[in-house]
Design a protein around this ligand. Structure first.
Ligand code: SAH
Length: 364
């Protein structure tokens, strides 16, 4: 049986080394063998766990965030609620349930799920079929029909492929994947330097750029400016652009060699939020944050929500809710509060989205 690694090797043997960007695209999105294409990677038995899978509170709070943004937009009807890379559909399911307390918002919703994986789209369909909302699927954000929109994406940007450039002998060269003498995949650098990159750095430093991330952020910003709305992007990454090699592969919750098993492990890069913000701003949108996930979730009420669930709704599960809260907002080892960041992009005419209020207002 041919596997993705065989296919990539054959491709390189025939046509020469490929970029890290192309490698990532194939590993994640190859129509037959791409990582997301034919599996459910989430949870304890999968390769990694995400915030909506840790606790219902995450999706619930984001549902209420969306309802508040909608009212600040002047309560347009209909409004598109768009989720990018919805995984199992858990975040949307929890968000729609929580949004029942704002019936006019629920009735205005036209839900769009942007998903490239047919397997995950089927899982989302099964979970959301009884949600009572009208739900459509799209392969890309561009396909979502025009009109005011509220967009959310958790761990979407980290799945977009990056190009890597390595500083070698005072020049930037693109990192490539080639075959070594034994016919195995190995990293190398391109022969021709990228003379247009003017950044200076010590030899060995790595610069990452996500062309598809930039394209997406520009498109998102332009759309929100023109048609109204706001977006919330949550991911792991850094607030300031720098030199880093963040390409990482995860299998069964452990880091593995990114070249070892393309298509069989999750392959991601940390999000350069500053770079993503520049593209959205260039399109004319307002950008808020990034701020630590911890600060964002606390500002939109995770402490009160934990207390309400633990004390009143499900006291028998009190410990579970408290543990989940700690995992989402804690800033220690293995916790997500500082590693993950939240950034909002919005139409300039809107007031800052919930959770992103200016510091002065927050401390008042
Ligand atoms: N948001 C979910 C899943 C995150 S994993 C959660 O937090 O649990 C990344 C998700 O993005 C998966 O659903 C994957 O299939 C999807 N995805 C990856 N690349 C994509 C692309 N280019 N366009 C749309 N969806 C994509």
């Amino acid at each position: 049986m041919t596997t993705l690694v065989d296919e990539i090797k054959a491709m390189i043997a025939e046509r020469g080394p490929i970029t890290v960007e192309r490698y990532m695209q194939l590993a994640l999105g190859h129509p037959d063998f791409g990582y997301y294409m034919n599996r459910d990677p989430f949870g304890a038995s999968g390769d990694f766990t995400t915030s909506p899978e840790i606790s219902q509170m995450f999706g619930e709070l984001i549902g209420l965030w969306a309802a508040e943004v909608w009212s600040s937009m002047g309560a347009p009807k209909p409004v598109r609620l768009v989720e990018l890379g919805p995984g199992r559909g858990t975040l949307m399911s929890d968000a729609l349930r929580a949004a029942r307390i704002v019936p006019e918002f629920r009735e205005a919703l036209d839900v769009w799920l942007v998903e490239t994986s047919p397997t995950l789209a089927a899982t989302q369909h099964d979970l959301l079929i009884d949600s009572g909302a009208a739900i459509c699927w799209a392969q890309s954000f561009r396909e979502v029909p025009q009109g005011p929109a509220i967009v959310v994406g958790n761990e979407f940007l980290d799945a977009l492929p990056v190009r890597q450039f390595v500083r070698v002998s005072g020049q930037w060269r693109e990192r490539m994947v080639r075959l070594n003498g034994d016919g195995e995949l190995t990293f190398d650098v391109a022969r021709t330097p990228e003379s247009y990159i003017i950044a200076h750095a010590p030899n060995g430093e790595v610069l990452e750029v996500s062309p598809s991330g930039h394209r997406f952020m520009f498109e998102l910003g332009a759309r929100l400016v023109k048609q109204g709305g706001a977006a919330l992007l949550i991911d792991y990454g850094h607030a300031v652009t720098g030199f880093r090699d963040t390409l990482q592969a995860l299998r069964a919750h452990r880091h593995v060699d990114p070249l070892a098993a393309p298509g069989d492990c999750d392959l991601t890069a940390h999000v350069d939020f500053a770079a993503m913000a520049r593209s959205a701003s260039a399109a004319g949108a307002a950008v808020y944050g990034p701020i630590d996930q911890s600060d964002f979730l606390r500002a939109i009420g995770i402490d009160l929500r934990t207390k309400a669930l633990a004390d009143r709704a499900s006291p028998e599960r009190a410990e579970e809710f408290k543990r989940a809260r700690a995992r989402l907002v804690g800033k220690g080892q293995g916790e997500m509060g500082a590693l993950f960041k939240a950034m909002a992009v919005a139409d300039r005419k809107l007031r800052p989205p919930p959770g992103f209020q200016p510091a002065a207002a927050k401390s008042a």
